[in-house]
Design a protein. Structure first.
Length: 134
């Protein structure tokens, strides 16, 4: 197992169907790549934008106000962050690679293989489908 360290964004990631860690990610997050979660992410992030936060709590940023010199730059940085975050969150291969990287640091390979095999089983697929209706 590689030493624990910060996760890094994987450029041009591909899903390796033989890697148990990526198989786990694919089984748990089959919707990665579907545009609807990205739209939901963008909407949720918009509800918590700096403008919305200040409207709810003017002291939230410890005195940072809508200074005409800084506020547009701050909002532009926020919009870039939201766009990148929601896109990366919904990029199937990148999401799978990041989850695989995280689990590789904490889950031994033999256990990962066992978990991946179970998650790909008919019983696990049925459980996941039924859990959405509970």
């Amino acid at each position: 197992t590689p030493p624990a360290g910060p996760l890094t964004v994987v450029e041009a990631a591909t899903v390796d169907k033989t890697d148990p860690y990526q198989r786990i990610a694919q089984a748990l997050f089959p919707q990665a790549g579907d545009p609807r979660p990205r739209e939901i992410c963008l909407e949720a992030m918009g509800e918590n934008s700096p403008t919305q936060i200040l409207a709810r709590d003017p002291d939230y940023f410890n005195g940072l106000e809508r200074d005409p010199r800084q506020w547009p730059r701050y909002l532009a940085a926020w919009e870039r962050y939201v766009s990148d975050y929601c896109r990366a969150l919904n990029d199937g291969p990148v999401t799978s690679a990041l989850w695989a990287q995280a689990w590789r640091q904490v889950l031994p390979a033999q256990e990962a293989e066992q978990l991946a095999s179970w998650l790909e089983s008919p019983a696990a697929r049925s459980f996941r489908r039924s859990s959405f209706s509970v």
